[in-house]
Design a protein around this ligand. Structure first.
Ligand code: GLP
Length: 237
């Protein structure tokens, strides 16, 4: 794993953005894996600014998002589809038909999502944030992790962490559909954003030598091409 420790959140997003920019200049029709949450917001601002300046071109890019709540309608303001449309897709020159977010209806076929990724040649560069409990996507800590895209029950700590995005009295869905560990690990390259002192325990778990289902992010140690961009607060605690 390559670590890039930055002074603060803005520098972290700038540096990560430069890696995406360099990647797309090499492969303008690349397949990106994308994430939601607060961590990527600065990076998505960078993409929007670069697109406006004509310095990044997403016209031939395909994207696959990590996860979505279940049950969740696509047009619900808390859906990850809405999040992506609002925070990124509407601000860059991407073809909406090339943006994929798992569907939050219970009838969906999860294996179809993995097939779609494979059909597009696999993910070239996967963006990840990490949960406070070490989850990636919505692969929560436990005795057992799941390989493919699947529906999962969210951990109580995830529910309370994500409650901040919902209005008062609004219920946070307690299930989600998420890319599985193998889906994520089969990306050719992975870029992780970790910001804030509260993520320091996850940084520690990534810095030691252990790999454990109780901190799914530690599986990233088994991947040959991972770059972690983190700020000083997350790194030093
Ligand atoms: C969420 C998402 C993850 C995200 C993580 C961290 O629950 N499912 O994909 O990376 O938690 O979120 P944040 O960046 O807001 O800390």
């Amino acid at each position: 794993m390559k670590w890039i420790v930055c002074q603060g959140y803005e520098t972290m997003c700038q540096k990560a953005g430069e890696q995406f920019k360099a990647f797309l200049s090499q492969k303008p029709d690349g397949v990106l894996g994308l994430a939601t949450g607060s961590s990527p917001l600065g990076l998505y601002d960078y993409f929007a600014r670069q697109t406006a300046a004509g310095a990044m071109d997403f016209s031939r890019v395909t994207t696959f998002n990590l996860d979505e709540y279940v049950p969740m309608a696509e047009d619900h303001p808390q859906s990850y589809r809405y999040f992506m449309d609002h925070n990124l897709f509407s601000r860059i020159n991407i073809d909406p038909g090339n943006t994929f977010v798992p569907k939050g209806e219970e009838t969906l076929s999860c294996s179809e999502y993995d097939q779609m990724i494979r059909k597009r040649g696999g993910i070239d560069l996967q963006l990840l944030g990490v949960g406070h409990n070490g989850h990636i996507g919505f692969n929560e800590p436990g005795e057992r992790l799941i390989a493919g895209t699947h529906i999962t029950k969210l951990a109580p700590s995830t529910l309370s962490a994500n409650a901040r995005f919902f209005g008062e009295g609004e219920r946070v869905p307690d299930k989600a559909v998420t890319m599985g560990m193998a889906t994520i690990m089969s990306a050719k390259e992975i870029l992780v954003l970790i910001g804030g002192r509260d993520k320091h325990p996850v940084v520690n778990a990534l810095l030691d030598d252990g790999v454990t289902t109780h901190c799914p992010a530690t599986f990233l140690k088994l991947h040959p091409r991972v770059t972690i961009y983190c700020d000083k607060e997350a790194y030093e605690g």
